[in-house]
Design a protein around this ligand. Structure first.
Ligand SMILES: Nc1ncnc2c1ncn2[C@@H]1O[C@H](COP(=O)(O)OP(=O)(O)OP(=O)(O)O)[C@@H](O)[C@H]1O
Ligand SMILES: [Mg+2]
Length: 222
């Protein structure tokens, strides 16, 4: 668990296109509107979050890739250089295509799933109320790092069968990351997304979600 005062929320689901990035943006903007200091972290080499926030890759400043590299290599450089401001009222750390190669660098660390925990324990992050990590649609080392470093995980689940079927896998990955079978303290909730209650299939998935994971499913997504 991270000791900084910022609450770290990982938004994760290995299924693609379930509204992880959309949720990160909207929750981040909502918290900022409430006066909270928010940092969004893009850990997906697709960089959708970064680009939405205005990043075009030309400012020459470090990205999450460099921060991971310098944490693994124990290079002392201020992490603040990687933090940008956005018009949405949130700060962010962008990703870029280099992140695809960072997985192998993570793999060289003796604590390969604990690199984000070390990174986010830097005092620079103490000024934030919330750090929200937008995870890639994978269950790789980057996601294991995000799940280990976070205080809570938010799992968007699109109301379709394949997304529902994958929920057990992410919960199992969370168990491994937190090294406990009791993951309840770490699950912020499951947000059923793109739910069209007029379709039988969406209603069936919602029923299955409530039956399997009822305690975790956000009521306002029903
Ligand atoms: N409530 C919604 N209604 C309709 N479309 C939506 C809704 N939420 C998200 N979308 C759209 O669904 C698509 C996928 O959303 P998003 O990029 O947030 O998902 P993601 O889980 O981050 O995807 P990836 O796994 O590729 O990172 C986007 O085109 C987004 O605009
Ligand atoms: Mg995304």
């Amino acid at each position: 668990m991270n000791n900084s005062k910022a609450k770290i929320i990982a938004v994760a689901n290995q299924k693609g296109g379930v509204a992880k990035t959309t949720s990160v943006i909207n929750i981040g903007a909502g918290l900022a509107l409430k006066g909270k200091k928010v940092l969004l972290v893009d850990t997906d080499n697709q960089s959708h979050l970064s680009r939405f926030l205005g990043y075009d890759g030309t400012d020459g400043k470090p990205t999450i890739s460099e921060l991971v590299w310098q944490t693994v290599s124990k290079v002392q450089k201020p992490v603040s250089e990687a933090i940008r401001k956005s018009e949405l009222g949130v700060d962010y750390i962008p990703s870029n295509f280099m992140l695809a190669g960072i997985i192998s660098i993570l793999g060289t660390d003796s604590d390969s799933t604990g690199v984000f925990s070390r990174l986010f324990s830097d005092g620079t992050f103490d000024e934030y109320d919330y750090i929200i990590i937008d995870c890639p649609p994978t269950l790789d080392l980057l996601v294991s790092n995000a799940l280990k470093a976070c205080d809570k995980v938010l799992i968007p689940v699109q109301s379709d069968f394949w997304a529902y079927e994958g929920v057990d896998q992410i919960l199992a990955t969370l168990q491994r990351a937190k090294q406990t079978s009791d993951i309840k303290p770490y699950v912020l909730g499951m947000l059923v997304t793109m739910y069209n209650k007029r379709t039988n299939s969406a209603r069936a998935i919602m029923d299955a979600m409530n039956e399997s994971y009822g305690e975790y499913v956000f009521e306002n997504s029903r």
